[in-house]
Ligand binder design. Structure first.
Ligand SMILES: [Zn+2]
Length: 266
């Protein structure tokens, strides 16, 4: 069933997961002692007697797929195999593939970049009248992005201010289009603001950010076909993370390295 060279053996996967979660030597996730022993697929602590597995104290504790199949669906997601094609490759149902893609998205770390120097900011709308407005900012000439999703499609200057306050450093040169929500925004947050009022200048001042919206829409269509407003936040987060930190999604190993941790226990 697993004809893909990219999928390691079960033992190799276990070894990689063990290294990511525990480092050199397995220890008890509850009392931290290294006095543990292995029984078949699981471990047992000699001190506090709990049983655990490599994944039992991580966000993958409820993962029921065989390891190689799990690795395959994760591999498909990391290299941006569209859902439909992922179904064919993994032999899982579309529901299951969508579920796992969603899980993978939702465990991507939150982006905490602050944009500075030269920034382009624009907004786009998703999901029609009852949809969402998305602010997206890009530091010009870099791979730094920041975004904010509103619960409606009626942004005003206060929303713009909130975005700037949270994601844009003071004294930044800010380029926006001529929309009213950006009007005199430099009186709300200390930026040097260039606002394109004439159509002919728009391309020069906001071309990078408008390009990003195009790439985002293409990404959604290609990878997921469509996205509901409920799933928009995690899809946008995935998109931005892929753009800013492509190297962290090079392989299932790289992805698990940044997302898989022992969850603190009581
Ligand atoms: Zn223990």
């Amino acid at each position: 069933m697993y004809q893909f060279n990219q999928i390691p053996s079960k033992a190799q996967i276990q070894k990689q997961i063990r290294r990511i979660v525990f480092g050199k030597e397995v220890y008890c996730p509850v009392c931290k002692t290294r006095r543990v022993y292995k029984t078949q697929e699981r471990y047992r602590c000699r001190k506090c007697r709990i049983r655990f597995s490599l994944l039992s104290h991580t966000w993958l504790s409820n993962m029921k797929l065989p390891l190689q199949q799990f690795w395959l669906v994760l591999w498909c997601w990391t290299i941006q195999i569209p859902v439909k094609q992922g179904v064919k490759m993994t032999k899982l149902s579309e529901l299951t593939v969508r579920h796992w893609y969603e899980e993978f998205r939702s465990h991507i770390p939150e982006n905490e970049d602050i944009l500075e120097q030269f920034v382009q900011l624009d907004e786009a709308y998703f999901g029609g009248r009852k949809g969402r407005a998305l602010f997206l900012g890009k530091q010009v000439g870099s791979r730094k992005l920041a975004y904010q999703i509103l619960s409606h499609t009626n942004p005003n200057r206060e929303h713009t201010w909130k975005f700037l306050h949270e994601y844009v450093a003071p004294d930044t040169v800010l380029n926006t289009d001529g929309a009213a929500i950006y009007k005199e925004i430099n009186q709300w947050w200390p930026v040097y603001h260039n606002r394109d009022i004439h159509k002919k200048f728009e391309f020069t001042h906001t071309s990078e950010i408008e390009g990003m919206f195009g790439v985002l829409r293409t990404f959604i269509r290609r990878m997921y076909h469509h996205v509901t407003v409920a799933k928009l936040p995690s899809v946008v987060r995935e998109f931005c993370f892929r753009f800013s930190h492509a190297e962290m999604l090079d392989s299932p190993y790289e992805y698990l390295l940044i997302t898989l941790r022992l969850v603190p226990t009581r």
